[in-house]
Design a protein around this ligand. Structure first.
Ligand SMILES: *Cc1c(COP(=O)(O)O)cnc(C)c1O
Length: 426
């Protein structure tokens, strides 16, 4: 793996042109790839040779970008997906089947909550949601003989709880299963979960990685650290012959690349949520400035959080960068350079107060998005999480009055001035 610092990796990793090739990563806008003999092509389908043959499985533009993200996270391999939802589904489904069980933090993105709690249940995969702040002994009670992984978000969207990664890694490893961490909000600039014991990392690249709200995408990164063979019977999909590939055994044939190879050659082949090479190209442009944007998001968010904290119309502010926040110490440990640009807060008053405030914003836009260059705002209880009951909202750490503010990289004083003038109306 490259020894460059993360800023250099953002720019230089992934695409490595040789003599006379384009300096900038080309968009391989091609569904298919040419071979000279029938035998060459046959070997690809047997996974005997590596090479491109069809973009649903692999594409050189995508691979270059995936390899950059793998390097940023300190992993051995990565795969791009069409969305963050697809990334989380594949990451879990790659080691699950009907009859399996997963344990997941209840502080979770609404889409993932539906995926694990409702849709995967229809496939016969059960999920137990746990309080991420519970003790190890409490968490252990959720583990079953058929549990195949533990899942959580580094910084939960939108509850903004900070995960005790080491505690969750211990829970997973003492039960012979991997820890999968959705690192969307922290990004590898602020936190690299593999350094704290996570085994697999996922991303909605739609957020800070793209950073400009230009394209939906996702990514799965494998640390290569989890020993599937040591838990042979739990992970038969990796450790026993795959009949759909003439009986190859992923762990035997691909070693540390077993998990990503299976996800690519089996799940992507059969389910097909590939990222378009055009989107991968745009994602790569975003990644080049990730190390500049993320610190600025954090700096602005801290200023805005302090402003909100000092405003008498504000009932509460949640931002782990604020001293006194419940997660301040955990954030200092796992992400000392900053958490993310997303803040949540509540106004004194009722739901109508929040709506009234939002309707008066001029610079800050109401959008179903977070974590891009432009400051935006959302009321999860009325928008992203509106399918949840009040009880489920509270369990997910989403109070009904919660306003999610995604602080962009404009001048912080302009953002504060806009909040101030909207606040004057409530
Ligand atoms: C947005 C988001 C997702 C879903 O990603 P999409 O790219 O919208 O499919 C998953 N996890 C987290 C933490 C997110 O913020």
């Amino acid at each position: 793996m490259s020894q460059y610092r993360i800023e250099t990796k953002c720019i230089q990793e992934g695409y490595k042109p040789s003599k006379g090739e384009p300096r900038v990563l080309p968009i391989y806008q091609s569904t298919t790839f040419k071979y000279d003999t029938s035998e060459q092509m046959g070997r690809l389908f047997d996974l005997e040779d590596s090479g491109y043959f069809y973009t649903r499985l692999q594409n050189p533009t995508n691979d270059a970008v995936a390899s950059k993200i793998a390097s940023l996270e300190g992993g051995v391999a990565a795969m791009l997906t069409s969305s963050g939802q697809a990334a989380n589904f594949y990451a879990v489904f790659n080691i699950c089947e009907a009859g399996s069980h997963i344990v997941c933090s209840s502080a979770l993105y609404g889409g993932t909550f539906n995926l694990f709690g409702t849709t995967m249940k229809k496939l016969g995969i059960e999920c137990t949601f746990v309080d991420p702040d519970a003790s190890l002994e409490e968490l252990q009670k959720a583990i079953q003989p058929n549990t195949t992984c533990v899942f959580a978000e580094t910084i939960a969207n939108p509850a903004l709880t900070v995960l005790d990664i080491e505690k969750f890694a211990e829970l997973a490893h003492s039960n012979g299963v991997p820890l999968i961490v959705d690192n969307t909000f922290a990004t590898p600039i602020n936190c690299r979960p593999f350094e704290w014991g996570a085994d697999i990392v996922t991303h909605s690249t739609t957020k800070y990685m793209d950073g400009h709200a230009a394209c939906v995408g996702g990514c799965i990164v494998d640390s290569g650290n989890f020993d599937w063979e040591a838990n042979h019977d739990k992970f038969k999909g990796l450790t026993e012959p795959d009949e759909s590939y003439h009986g190859i055994v992923y762990t035997q044939k691909f070693g540390k690349l077993a998990y990503i190879t299976k996800a690519t050659s089996q799940l992507m082949r059969d389910l097909g949520s590939i990222q378009s090479p055009q989107n991968a190209f745009l994602l790569n442009l975003g990644l080049e400035t990730l190390h500049l944007r993320v610190p600025r998001h954090c700096e602005n968010a801290l200023k805005v959080a302090k402003y909100l904290e000092s405003n008498p119309k504000v009932a509460w502010v949640n931002y782990a960068g604020l001293e006194g926040n419940k997660y301040y110490e955990l954030a200092q440990k796992y992400m000392p350079n900053g958490t993310c640009g997303v803040i949540s807060f509540g106004l004194k008053g009722d739901r109508a107060t929040a709506e009234n405030f939002m309707d008066h914003l001029k610079l800050v836009a109401i959008v179903t998005h977070v974590a891009d260059a432009r400051t935006s705002v959302l009321h999860p209880a009325s928008h992203t999480h509106r399918q949840m009951t009040e009880e489920q909202l509270v369990e997910a750490g989403v109070q009904p009055d919660l306003i999610r503010l995604s602080v962009g990289i404009e001048n912080a004083d302009d953002i504060i001035a806009d909040l101030e003038q909207a606040m004057a109306n409530v």
